[in-house]
Design a protein. Sequence first.
Length: 340
Amino acid sequence: MQILVLGGTGFIGPHTIRELVAQGHNVTVFNRGRGLDKLPDGVRSIVGDRAEIAAFRDQFAALQPDVVLDMRTMLAAEAQAVLDAVTGIAPRLVTISSMDVYKAFGLLIGTETGDPIAGPADENGPLRENRYPYRTEPRPSADDPAAWRYDYDKILVEELVLGSDAIDGTTLRLPMVYGDGDYQHRLLPYVQRIADARPAIILGEADAQWRTTRGYVGNVAAAITTAVTDDRARKRIFNVADDNVFTEQEWVTHIAKAAGWDGRIAIVPQDELPAELAGLGAAGQDLWLDASAIRRDLDFTNPVDLPTALERTIAWEREHLATEPIDYALEDAVLARLAE
């Protein structure tokens, strides 16, 4: 297949492109020219800015792509610009979305009201009723690197992509993704404490029982590849996630085992936990996905098991440990109170 990837050199993109190339597909990347060294040999590139994507329509047409994979559209205006640039050129468009479209996410961060939602969300689960989840402050200045967050909403992106009659859209709702290359370093806080030989990792009672879905980057890349290359994904939404879902306490236990750490997990009453050490559990809303549809309808299986995923991620995170000593005084004070 001829595949045009928009973006593709951040965290998840290189893993996905390597998977596509390994399967024998021809991949061309459109981006600003950054991070191309992360990509395998044979990947072609078109260098350009997404803000000027309309000017590259002729170059896209010359590729005759079978499918376009858009790795990083955040705003409705960006989605519309992509549609304008590739409609009539490619028969399919696969766009990466997020589990933050679900109402449970809004309840978690406080932008929605109502009773907590129990259990996982499948693709027909309730979506956020309020748009623009990060409009918690006045619009930032245009030169603020995070200014895009003000207009961010994947629900609006999905509506455009799936609502087009001129191209067959697919959206993939991703969980929190971890793994080698994770610029958010989701495992690093725990790996750092293990590397520093801390006697305990502290969790609040509610934080310890908070449950969420995660996805190892290798599994997520394989799922994206499946959706890109399988025509059964046309006009569909799929949740993407690992096979398991853990409470935070269970998650830390798995990390500790993979890292060979024999410390303890110290559970503290949530109201006695300093705010600096608190997580998301106090919101009372879990955030997890039912990702059975992609396995059932596209015959997808996650290729990387949990022990391997954690081993690879921990090894990578150990290459990014803090170079200066961390002040654990607050944690030491909590542990001292527990020992009284």
